[in-house]
Design a protein around this ligand. Structure first.
Ligand SMILES: CC(C)(COP(=O)(O)OP(=O)(O)OC[C@H]1O[C@@H](n2cnc3c(N)ncnc32)[C@H](O)[C@@H]1OP(=O)(O)O)[C@@H](O)C(=O)NCCC(=O)NCCS
Length: 144
């Protein structure tokens, strides 16, 4: 699979895609990260346009910030640029909404995600002790 074959789009009312996101969510996170109202807040990535969901980015608007509450790529499709492509689409959405920043929390030991966020211009603003049951988190922010 190559990045040029991937379609990233809002989930809309696609319940099958939502179920596929939930399945992916359950494989990568200890707690669900998807919002109850997914229709406006989740971007999904599919290989070949009509294939199953292979990645998603879930967001929540908090004042002038767009918070990323979940970002995941299927393990079989990592390191081809999909995580970065999803992040950039989230940033475009935040700009369209005239927001000030995009923010997120990431476990301090999640070196893969931290490397991705750093590469896309996110910077750690504070360390939150005990944020997760299993440890601390960085709050990372990209100002727009
Ligand atoms: C984090 C995650 C979304 C990255 O997705 P991805 O599609 O593999 O990311 P990309 O291919 O766009 O990676 C872009 C860059 O990020 C960095 N990166 C990504 N994964 C990395 C890893 N495992 N180790 C080191 N750097 C990594 C690299 O700089 C990479 O560029 P390169 O491949 O040219 O070296 C994916 O690993 C994932 O779903 N992990 C489990 C869920 C998760 O941790 N989500 C984040 C929660 S806050």
């Amino acid at each position: 699979m190559q990045l040029r074959d991937v379609l990233i789009e809002p989930i809309g009312g696609d319940l099958v895609a939502f179920a596929q996101c939930c399945a992916l969510d359950a494989t990568v996170f200890p707690h669900p990260s998807l919002p109850a109202d997914a229709t406006h807040a989740v971007l999904v990535a599919r290989a070949s346009g009509s294939g199953p969901v292979i990645g998603f980015a879930a967001t929540q608007r908090l004042g002038r910030r767009l918070a990323i509450i979940g970002l995941a790529v299927d393990a079989k499709h990592r390191r081809v640029g999909l995580g970065g492509a999803l992040l950039r689409r989230v940033m475009e959405r935040a700009e369209d909404l005239d927001l000030r920043e995009v923010g997120l929390h990431v476990a301090v030991q999640n070196t893969a995600a931290i490397a991705l966020y750093d590469r896309e211009g996110f910077r750690p603003v504070r360390r939150l002790e005990g944020f997760y049951r299993r440890g601390d988190a960085w709050e990372m922010v990209k100002r727009l």
